[in-house]
Design a protein around this ligand. Structure first.
Ligand SMILES: Nc1nc2c(c(=O)[nH]1)N[C@H]1C(S)=C(S)[C@@H](COP(=O)(O)O)O[C@H]1N2
Ligand SMILES: [Mo]
Length: 321
């Protein structure tokens, strides 16, 4: 993946070379020196239509009095969205060069009584009202934010779909548009990006589908028009720009688990006691927290133990990482 300056992976700024990206950089290195590099055509520049804010209200159960919200400009400029490049600054730049996230159809299917293909704005009307929740966000790379999402509980979509009794998992698939997304013409990750939850996790009160942040529709770089927000799990579980949600019997294969099975598990619950093979998960760098004050201890289930610990009783969390 290259941007306009044909910047090389070895001269990206420090903060753009992230642990998850290391996996892919090794492969990129092989490609550059082993097989030659094809130029990446840039997308035409088109302006994204401005849209209005949400009539939402803050859910008082998810206010998070004790922590500071991450500034909006950081939430919308420091991103992981590998479809638009491995650097943190690339999604903002490259996902806004003509990629259309409106209109957008979401497919709800699999083992359910009410499968449908539905325009995302129609879906929001069916599952509304939209509420705001301030959620902690902990990336597996050991950095964190606090983000005010606008959206609705995933369980409302589950109710709408009416899964059949043999449903044990929910599979989430991000957009797939290789014609407009250069990275998806390559093999950095198995595209489209897929994720999964158990049906009990999907029904948990914390599992959230975000359609906005800071009271505005999601920006492309944050996963417009609809993405998961699962605050007790590492960020990679919260798949962006969802195109398909399916009810399935078998545990779905997921992008990062396929890419690095020893590093990125299916459950990916935030856990300071289980280190990543290449780094500690005991603490995290708070984005926007300043150079000296930026580190804080990581909490079990990212601070949401009360809401989710019951889902994992009797499970070996070292094995099921
Ligand atoms: N489709 C897709 N979803 C994705 C990713 C991605 O690369 N592609 N990155 C994940 C990771 S690693 C993180 S930390 C969060 C980042 O979300 P944010 O940029 O809105 O903070 O999105 C997750 N969802
Ligand atoms: Mo992440």
């Amino acid at each position: 993946m290259r941007n306009a300056q044909a910047r090389c992976s070895w001269d990206l700024p420090d903060d753009a070379v992230t642990p998850q990206a290391l996996y892919l950089r090794r492969r990129e290195f092989l490609r550059v020196f082993g097989f030659g590099l094809a130029a990446t055509a840039l997308l035409p520049v088109t302006a994204r239509a401005a849209s209005a804010g949400f009539p939402d209200s803050l859910n008082p159960s998810f206010k998070l009095d004790s922590v500071k919200l991450t500034a909006e400009d950081l939430v919308t400029s420091y991103n992981n969205f590998y479809e638009w490049g491995l650097g943190k600054d690339q999604p903002k730049e490259l996902s806004n060069r003509g990629w259309k996230t409106e209109p957008w159809t979401v497919e709800i299917g699999g083992l359910c009584a009410n499968p449908r293909k539905i325009d995302v704005n129609e879906l929001i009307k069916l599952v509304g009202p939209i509420e705001r929740r301030n959620y902690r966000h902990r990336c597996v790379e050991a950095w964190s934010m606090v983000i005010p999402w606008d959206g609705f509980p995933l369980t409302r979509l589950v109710d709408l779909a009416q899964p059949k009794p043999d449903t044990r998992y929910v599979k989430f698939t991000s957009f797939f548009d290789p014609a407009n997304c250069p990275a998806q013409r390559g093999k950095d990750l198995p595209w489209p990006y897929t994720e999964g939850l158990t049906i009990a996790e999907a029904r948990n009160e914390l599992a959230f589908l975000a359609v906005g942040l800071y009271g505005k529709p999601l920006r492309n770089q944050n996963g417009a028009p609809i993405r998961l927000a699962l605050p007790w799990k590492y960020g990679f579980k919260s798949a962006k720009s969802l195109m398909k949600i399916e009810f399935v019997a078998e545990q779905p294969q997921t992008t990062w688990n396929l890419t690095g099975p020893n590093e990125y598990g299916f459950y990916a619950n935030v856990n300071p006691n289980v280190d990543h093979p290449r780094w500690s998960q005991k603490s995290e760098r708070v984005i926007g927290g300043g150079f000296f004050s930026g580190k804080q201890p990581t909490l079990m289930f990212n601070g949401y133990e009360q809401q989710v610990a019951h889902l994992y009783v009797g499970m070996d969390l070292r094995k099921n990482f």
